[in-house]
Write a protein that binds this ligand. Structure first.
Ligand code: GLA
Length: 742
């Protein structure tokens, strides 16, 4: 049993293998938070001394007895507004007569086998039948609001999921002003915040900062989870490193506007409130109506950031993503975007596909520009029929040509947007979001289709269904190249942003169920919607429009704190790089792209024979490492913020019988220090043979010393390895280790 109710202490304990979470039904039905941390048995309620804190209010019924019991200072499982707690609220409703807030008290709880479901929303599944659910119902009798707190415990995964269902149990209408998914009070500790910020072509830059008094917010108001902030953060002990220390990861399973707000309060306690962005949100609940807030994933580890990332990776791959591709080898693709942009015809595409086949790829992807009259980014979104000018004869002979080469075929679409210059917009101008009386904002000449309107969601589904039913398509790159503005449309303004996301989810759910054999890759101007909501259906997402491998080291590192490598779309592109102009060696580009869903995005016709031979070797190499890269445990070998001249990471198989070390020199140095590394995650008792020791694109000033072929795991981890001195621009190394005996 991973969830235990102790009737005498009135505690509810949630245990995973390495973590414990406890709450207590306190006086007057307050649901108090007890503990979340490293696994420990016991009753933790006495940790929270009730103390008279000046100006913190006491419930009327207790005022005679104590001045120490205040919702403003005690850790709570769910905080309501206007109910004696001045810290960040998680829930707020308002009634037509002006009453506002939420004073929520315990009514009942239930523990059951299996995982709760959230209608219309993505949520973790229970593929191994190990989840247990705790439902705790709280009520505000006066306002007529019921809150059901949902927790699912995945014992072997060290993950606890949370969700919140709000119900109007009164006789009239109420408005939800705030409905966060998770409220988490951490009364003790000295926490740093690790979060992932950025911009287009520079997503998920890791940034670690101490949490000081006051409020800190990570948020998006863009209608999508965004390039600028990611709905994932880590709270870690001030002294935590990649390999030691308390770390708590919080990930929203949501793709729309969100807010993760933190408050360090007067007693130095920390509160986190995470969920849908409350600004502009207002949701009407009629009598008996329910509202489900999106799911939130929590994971606590006492042994550092690497362990935390590994738990999220496994959970997202196995328990969250419902695509059959999630746990399978993905095709190595060649995408024509950076090879041709909009400038192609049938012959060009077929010649690229021929080259892709000759290099050893599995899948050819036709990117933007194949439809309507699209010759640049100013027209035709919504007109999902072939551009006969470019592809005379249509898609069918083109796909046949690609298939005859023995390749699979993939296609780019951007179904949520519409161009003003399109047949679709001319037929349905009211399908685009816009505020009456105002010209809408354009972004890349695009308008946003109103997915809150069921007819629009149905049209998108039917259009994609026709495309997939009519043509032999194996892969879809699903793009979304702008944010939401001009929120006025079918749904009421306060509901529109969330209903838009629900509309998107309904299309994703229907289309992936109808075509389970199709591999879907998410995209949003690169990585503008890289989140667990999208990853519930699509096993991979294009990580960034920046394909420069040196830039990608940071972008992919940041992404990899929460998201598995198998979800991170990463391609080898041309050099000099189209986004930065930097020149990098071909094999270094591959070393970096292999830490992701691997592919190519260049014109092989422009490569020399020597480069093509190298690419064939890369593809062979990748196939050999594929399972390890996709399923292995990721260890970052460098600390964030360290002054260093290289980036290094390692994958170790679950059985610890294989490992791949990758390293890229990011800054060449004169008179460089010896480059010494300690490996991680191996079996100290085991012996490992260096099956491959590849140094790519380096000039070695000293002859490489003879490497002993075999080492113990202990030697590799405790004494480490010193690499040969490498000179030149951005050389890289891959070392593949295989265990020879126990
Ligand atoms: C976005 C994507 C790119 C490419 C273009 C096409 O920017 O991230 O990979 O598909 O759109 O317009």
């Amino acid at each position: 049993m991973s969830i235990v109710y102790d009737a005498s202490a009135k505690t509810l304990s949630l245990n995973t293998r390495e973590s414990s979470y406890q709450m207590q039904i306190g006086p007057l039905g307050y649901l108090l938070h007890g503990y979340y941390g490293r696994r420990a048995e016991g009753n933790f309620t006495s940790l929270h001394r009730q103390k008279d804190v000046g100006f913190s209010p006491v419930p009327y019924e207790l005022a005679e007895k104590t001045r120490g019991f205040s919702p403003d200072t005690l850790p709570l499982e769910l905080s309501g507004a206007n109910a004696g707690d001045f810290r960040l609220p998680a829930v707020c409703v308002s009634l037509p007569d002006g009453r506002r807030g939420a004073d929520l008290r315990y009514v009942r709880h239930e523990i059951r086998k299996g995982k709760y479901a959230l209608p219309g929303l993505p949520a973790a599944l229970d593929p191994d039948g190990e989840a247990e659910t705790l439902s705790v119902t709280l009520r505000d009798e006066t306002l007529g609001l019921e809150a059901e707190l949902l927790y699912a415990v995945y014992e072997s995964r060290d993950v606890i999921t949370r969700a919140l269902r709000l119900k109007n149990i009164g006789g009239g209408q109420m408005k939800l002003e705030k409905a966060a998914s998770c409220c988490l009070d951490l009364p003790f500790g000295d926490w740093d915040l690790l979060h992932f910020h950025g911009r287009h072509a520079m997503e998920r830059q890791p940034e670690r900062q101490p949490l000081l008094h006051g409020e800190t917010r990570i948020a998006s108001r863009r209608g999508e989870s965004s390039h600028q902030h990611n709905p994932f953060l880590i709270l870690c002990d001030r002294h935590a490193t990649e390999d030691a220390g308390d770390c708590l990861g919080v990930m929203l399973v949501y793709s729309g506007s969100f807010e993760m707000a933190l408050e360090k309060d007067q007693m130095d306690a920390l509160r986190l409130v995470a969920g849908i962005q409350p600004e502009g949100f207002s949701w009407t609940l009629g009598p008996g109506d329910c509202f489900d807030a999106p799911e939130c994933l929590l994971c606590f580890r006492h042994d550092g950031l690497n362990a935390l990332s590994q738990r999220f990776h496994r959970f997202l791959r196995r328990d969250l993503c419902r695509s059959a591709f999630s746990e399978k080898a993905r095709p190595i693709l060649l995408n024509n975007w950076e090879a041709t942009y909009f400038d192609f015809d049938r012959e060009k595409i077929l010649s690229l596909a021929r080259e892709a086949r000759d290099l050893g790829a599995d899948l050819f992807v036709l990117d933007d520009g194949w439809f309507g009259r699209r010759s640049d980014d100013r027209s035709s979104l919504g007109d999902w029929f072939v551009n006969e000018e470019k592809l005379s004869g249509g898609l069918e002979p083109l796909i046949r040509g690609v298939k005859e080469l023995g390749l699979r075929f993939g296609l780019w679409v951007e179904p949520e947007m519409v161009s003003e210059d399109s047949a679709l917009f001319r037929a349905h101008p009211d399908w685009a979001l816009r505020v009456p009386g105002r010209k809408p904002f354009l972004s890349r000449s695009e308008l946003v289709l109103d997915l809150s309107r069921p007819a629009v969601a149905d049209w998108i589904f039917e259009t994609l269904k026709d495309l997939l039913a009519r043509y032999d398509i194996d892969y879809i790159k699903w793009d979304c190249n702008r944010s939401l503005t001009d929120l006025w449309g079918f749904a009421p303004a306060g509901e529109l942003a969330h209903r838009w996301v629900l509309g998107l989810y309904s299309v994703m759910d229907r289309i992936t169920a109808a075509f389970p054999q199709v591999l879907f890759e998410g995209c949003a101007g690169g990585g503008g919607r890289f989140d667990a909501g999208i990853l519930s259906w699509f096993p991979q997402i294009w990580c960034s429009d920046d394909t420069d491998p040196i830039e990608r080291l940071t972008i992919q590192r940041g992404t990899g704190y929460g998201y598995p490598l198998s979800s991170i779309g990463a391609h080898v592109s041309a050099s000099p790089n189209h986004q930065t102009g930097r020149s990098t060696p071909l094999d270094t580009r591959a070393t970096v792209a292999m830490a992701g869903a691997f592919g190519y995005e260049l014109d092989p016709g422009k490569l020399s024979e020597e480069e093509k031979t190298r690419i064939r070797a890369q593809i062979r190499r990748f196939r050999g490492y594929e399972k390890l890269l996709r399923e292995g445990d990721l260890f970052r070998l460098t600390e964030l913020g360290d002054e260093r001249d290289y980036e290094a990471w390692q994958l170790v198989s679950e059985e610890k019988d294989e490992s791949l070390l990758s390293l890229v020199i990011t800054r060449p140095r004169a008179n460089a220090k010896p480059l010494h590394l300690r490996l991680k995650g191996l079996d100290p008792e085991g012996r490992y043979r260096m099956e491959n020791y590849d140094v790519f694109d380096a000039f070695l000033p000293e002859p490489a010393e003879e490497q002993p072929g075999e080492y113990s795991g202990a030697a590799l981890m405790y004494a480490g390895l010193t690499l040969p001195r490498m000179m030149g621009d951005y050389p890289s190394v891959q070392i593949f280790l295989k265990k020879t005996k126990e």
